[in-house]
Write a protein that binds this ligand. Sequence first.
Ligand SMILES: CC(C)(COP(=O)(O)OP(=O)(O)OC[C@H]1O[C@@H](n2cnc3c(N)ncnc32)[C@H](O)[C@@H]1OP(=O)(O)O)[C@@H](O)C(=O)NCCC(=O)NCCS
Length: 165
Amino acid sequence: MKNSIILRKICSQDQAIVQAILDAAPSYYMKIDGVPNAGSAKNVFEDLPPHCTADSKHVLLIENESIPVGVVEIIIGYPNSKVAWIGLLVIDEKFQGMGLGKASYDLTEEYLHQFAVDSIQLGVNDTNGVGMAFWPKMGFKMQGRTRINQGIKVTSTVYVMEKPT
Ligand SMILES: CC(C)(COP(=O)(O)OP(=O)(O)OC[C@H]1O[C@@H](n2cnc3c(N)ncnc32)[C@H](O)[C@@H]1OP(=O)(O)O)[C@@H](O)C(=O)NCCC(=O)NCCS
């Protein structure tokens, strides 16, 4: 597949496009929630960590050759002002394993250069073997923090990973 990826910042008017991408990644939701259709585009646009305002959230649509193939959700300034938090990076299952995840992550790092952050952090569920393999390949290391995530039918440990910018 030809990779010609761009990231495009979108707003909640594009919720249906994001929902279609989440619905096209059922294996991910099986791993973290135990059901295939647990992804909520509304939550992607609206969920905010404590003390964060709506303008700290960036939802980026990943398009390849103008076709929506994935989504990245970022919070700038969480868990502290010098950190960008990747809440989600998901590629439509039809397009996984073709290099689009790596290309999208590389563009996400470039996107983050405009902000005064020292590092990027994210949480990976231990039930998500693909995520546990993918992020270290992108240069992330275990940061040390963990928490328990109670999904709909699956309980997992979330490991915080970090990469300096
Ligand atoms: C994780 C994800 C974004 C990776 O995207 P992708 O397009 O499938 O990955 P790529 O083809 O770009 O591969 C990038 C690297 O990850 C590795 N990788 C990808 N899928 C893998 C898998 N199933 N098992 C082991 N390694 C894997 C590749 O081997 C590659 O490493 P390499 O460069 O050394 O060859 C994608 O699989 C996805 O959307 N998964 C569901 C959501 C998710 O788990 N997101 C992360 C947690 S927020």
